[in-house]
Ligand binder design. Structure first.
Ligand SMILES: Nc1ncnc2c1ncn2[C@@H]1O[C@H](COP(=O)(O)OP(=O)(O)OP(=O)(O)O)[C@@H](O)[C@H]1O
Ligand SMILES: [Mg+2]
Length: 444
């Protein structure tokens, strides 16, 4: 079994062990309290039996004293205790018969006692009926009544001693059993202590393990975060290089188109015009017409080349600055829909790279408005704020969900990157049906 599984099972074993321990302690407590109740009940019964032996003796002494007092005083009132004792004797003897049933060890002694008590009462009865005091039977034993009392005392003492011994035996037995239970209790207590210690150790280990896991997770997270940061910087550098390379390439193509192709086309147009002029009326109309079409075609190719050059390298940006370049961009856009423009009064203090970045963001934003927004108007603004220049393109079109723009195209990603290149903040706010607002906060 793998050690991790073992580690998981261990607390369950401890829990089961703990439950057994608690049940055992409950069992012991229950047994102990039951034993206590039993012993209390038994010693109560035993004490009552001893009390009854004492009562018998008191009853006999009362009866004897009453009879003797009567004989002495000859007054009936002294006979009352005797009569009461005689009346109480029978239920008392019946109770004692119940205490010491036939077949028990003391039954023979009880029968002897009964016989002696009967004889004593017989003797007292005879004495009262004859109306005279007892006489001594012998010098050694005294009179018969005393002899009977002596024998009764001995029997009572024997029975009482046995009762007390029984009580003592019960107590000893209880103490012996209680002692054993106490040892079991000690053992269970020690086991519980061990269990608590084990649980504590297991709990401590789990806490330590959790802390270790958290530590590892933290380290791993930091490592991954550092890796992601390195990758982000790498990607950002790559994107910066690509953007820079793209702009350089655009400039190169624009230069080639302007310098090489532009001048070649202009030369071709001039030659064609010269040819047309030189040939004049020497050629027929169809050639004249072809020549004219050639000159026109060369002219429109020159215009196309100029437009291409303008697209690749905004001409006003270099010459008149960002505000004018943006104004020209807005005016071109006005062919499709009205554009409300707000620009700074004076020229903004931006580097050529920053100006180009803002111009490209505006260009892409307006292209997106044209492509997707279904707007009825656009606002284009460039205003200066303390420490920054804010470019804003706002439309009142259909808007879009900005959560998953990365899935669609590269335009917005490019805007973000251009802003990032200059530590600028790009704000993209759009809501379905409520238009779109794109802002670049460029620090200066
Ligand atoms: N002004 C806008 N109004 C409505 N939706 C817009 C607007 N601007 C952008 N979007 C939505 O955002 C998406 C992403 O635009 P983004 O410019 O990044 O990509 P694209 O225009 O689809 O492709 P690319 O720019 O690479 O040609 C668009 O496909 C469009 O659904
Ligand atoms: Mg786009």
């Amino acid at each position: 079994m793998p050690s991790s599984v073992k580690r998981q099972i261990r607390p369950y074993w401890l829990l089961a062990f703990g439950c057994v321990m608690v049940l055992a302690l409950l069992g012991i407590t229950y047994t102990h309290s039951r034993m206590n109740a039993e012993v209390v009940a038994l010693s109560d019964i035993n004490q009552k039996r001893i009390d009854r032996l004492d009562q018998l003796w008191v009853l006999l002494v009362d009866a004897q004293a009453s009879a003797l007092s009567f004989l002495l005083m000859r007054n009936d009132i002294y006979l009352e205790p005797y009569r009461s004792a005689a009346a109480r004797l029978e239920p008392l003897m019946a109770s004692m018969n119940f205490d010491i049933p036939p077949g028990s060890d003391d039954h023979a002694d009880l029968q002897d006692l009964k016989r002696l008590v009967d004889a004593k009462f017989q003797y007292l009865g005879d004495m009262l009926s004859q109306g005279k005091a007892p006489v001594a039977v012998s010098e050694e034993h005294g009179e018969l009544g005393k002899q009977l009392m002596d024998e009764i005392r001995v029997r009572l003492a024997i029975l009482k001693a046995r009762r007390e011994k029984a009580h003592q035996d019960l107590e000893n037995m209880y103490l012996a059993r209680a002692g054993k239970i106490q040892y079991v209790g000690y053992a269970l207590g020690a086991a519980s202590l061990l269990l608590i210690l084990s649980l504590f150790v297991v709990q401590q280990r789990q806490v330590a393990l959790r802390a270790r896991i958290q530590e590892l997770l933290k380290t791993e997270n930091s490592r991954l975060e550092a890796k992601v940061q390195v990758r982000t910087v790498e990607l950002s550098n790559l994107a910066t290089n690509l953007t820079t390379a793209q702009e350089a390439e655009r400039q190169h193509i624009a230069r080639e188109l302007h310098d090489e192709m532009g001048s070649a086309l202009t030369a071709a147009k001039m030659d064609a015009s010269w040819l047309r002029r030189s040939l004049g009326a020497h050629v027929d109309d169809s050639i004249q017409e072809r020549m004219l079409r050639l000159i026109e075609n060369i002219g429109s190719t020159i215009s196309l080349t100029r437009r291409l050059v303008d697209d690749l390298q905004p001409p006003l940006l270099k010459g008149l600055g960002l505000v004018e370049a943006l104004r020209s961009l807005g005016q071109q856009f006005e062919i499709d829909m009205p554009v409300e423009m707000h620009f700074s009064e004076h020229s903004v203090n931006l580097s050529p790279e920053q100006s180009l970045a803002l111009f490209r963001v505006a260009q892409e934003s307006l292209t997106n408005v044209r492509k997707y927004a279904k707007a009825s108007k656009v606002e284009l603004s460039l205003i200066e704020q303390p420490g920054m220049v804010v470019l804003s393109v706002r439309d009142n079109g259909i808007g879009f969900n900005t959560e998953n723009i990365e899935l669609h195209g590269h335009g917005i990603a490019g805007m973000k990157h251009r802003a990032q290149m200059f530590n600028a903040r790009l704000v993209l706010a759009s809501c379905m049906g409520q238009g779109t607002r794109i802002e670049v906060h460029m620090p200066i």
